[in-house]
Design a binder for this molecule. Structure first.
Ligand code: FES
Ligand code: FE2
Length: 394
């Protein structure tokens, strides 16, 4: 690990890109989980995944399994997906409307808030309590979480600054487009989801998202109505960078136009922005819809991309707009599918012993350089983490 960190440090000084091993080493992915992801906030899913009380979803990422639960009071909770008894994974399959969380091994039962409630036969057949064993300390391991715009963010080590501190800069940038409080009317569309698994490290999906340079080659269709010439890059925040376009128009409509955000800045009606919020949340902000892509690292060379679309008010669910919603989703699906060969090809290139991190051109790769510097700073600042156990939920 030391040699990888030394290579990152050398790259930072010499302005090279990150070394191959940060994309290809299984050990590094685990190190990255503990030192890069765990101390900060990152996304693992959507509130809509667990829409009603008793809904539970299993999320596997970074070599660990987590459990997202909607409890009886409609609060969303995130736990480590592991039983306190003998450590069996608790939830194998997603489920809906459950009354409790029951371990499939010895049937210990947890309330939806994580409290251990039942320990059947623990004192012998038919005896469910036993002297010398107190259930109280054995609630599920809680992971600190926060839901923002239906995106479930977590802080694994429980010690990150408040979520509001993390989100404020990118929120301020987006507010310049959608207005103060303007995004409150956005709602996830029930039919607005898609998933893709790519044979690539998660960082290459971020890097690809940060630049428009590849547009004419990889996305000739998109480039015909959203050309490279109308794109601009920015890297004005510590935890995000991205690109924007000044000629956004809804181009793949197959139904009535969906409503636009009423508070959208009238001076920027045709501006859309695509910031990558580090480490793993990609945002797409248009006046008539919002999308989020989260990147779930499954292995050093495999990433699950999950996308949710949100629309303004009733357009999110009204039948009248269904055709439009689906055509917008389809439009993005084809654009994202075009990116797959780019990120998988870069992953393949990372096995070449000749590749040295590459070169950042001054204009087109400025945002990618920003991401690499952020990464180098974060891993350079990392200190060994004490425990995976997180503090209490926010
Ligand atoms: S491991 Fe879960 S009840 Fe025994
Ligand atoms: Fe692309």
């Amino acid at each position: 690990m030391r040699s990888i960190l030394d290579a990152i440090e050398a790259g930072r000084q010499g302005d090279n890109g990150l070394p191959n091993a940060v994309y290809t080493s299984p050990e590094f992915m685990h190190w990255e989980r503990d030192h890069l992801f765990a101390p900060g906030w990152f996304a693992i899913g959507f509130g809509a995944d667990v829409a009603t009380p008793g809904d539970m979803r299993r999320v596997d990422a970074l070599g660990q399994s987590m459990l997202v639960v909607r409890d009886r009071s409609n609060a969303l909770r995130v736990f480590h997906n592991v039983c306190r008894h003998r450590g069996r994974r608790l939830l194998d399959e997603d489920c809906r409307h459950a009354a409790a969380i029951r371990c499939p091994y010895h049937a210990w039962t947890y309330a939806l808030d994580g409290t251990l409630r039942g320990t059947p036969h623990v004192g012998g057949a038919g005896v469910h309590e036993v002297a010398g064993f107190d259930k109280n300390p054995y609630s599920l391991f809680t992971i600190r979480s926060h839901v923002w715009r239906d995106i479930v963010f977590i802080n694994l080590d429980g010690n990150a600054p408040p979520f509001e501190t993390f989100i404020a800069p990118v929120e301020a940038r987006l507010a310049r487009l959608w207005g103060d409080g303007g995004a409150e009317s956005l709602q996830p569309a029930a039919d607005g989801f898609l998933e893709m698994e790519v044979v690539s490290n998660w960082k290459l999906a971020v890097e690809n998202y940060l630049e428009a340079y590849h547009l004419p080659v990889v996305h000739p269709g998109l480039n015909s109505y959203s050309p490279l010439a109308n794109h601009y890059a920015y890297h004005d925040g510590a935890d995000y960078a991205g690109q924007g376009v000044t000629s956004y128009r809804p181009n793949f409509l197959a139904g009535p136009a969906v409503p636009t955000l009423p508070t959208w800045n009238v001076d920027q009606l045709h501006t859309a922005e695509y910031p990558a919020l580090y480490p793993n949340t990609l945002l797409g902000v248009q006046n008539d819809h919002f999308f989020v892509m989260i990147l779930l690292p499954l292995a050093c060379d495999r990433t699950l991309e999950r996308v949710e679309l949100q629309f303004v008010g009733e357009a999110a669910s009204a039948t009248d707009y269904r055709k439009t919603r689906l055509s917008i989703l389809e439009g993005w699906r084809s654009v994202f599918a075009e990116d797959v060969s780019a990120v998988e090809g870069m992953q393949a290139g990372r096995y070449s012993p000749a590749f040295d991190g590459g070169v950042f051109t001054p204009l087109q790769d400025a945002a990618t350089r920003h991401f690499h510097r952020w990464f180098a700073r974060r891993v350079g600042a990392a200190t060994p983490r004490q425990s995976l156990r997180a503090a209490t939920a926010e």
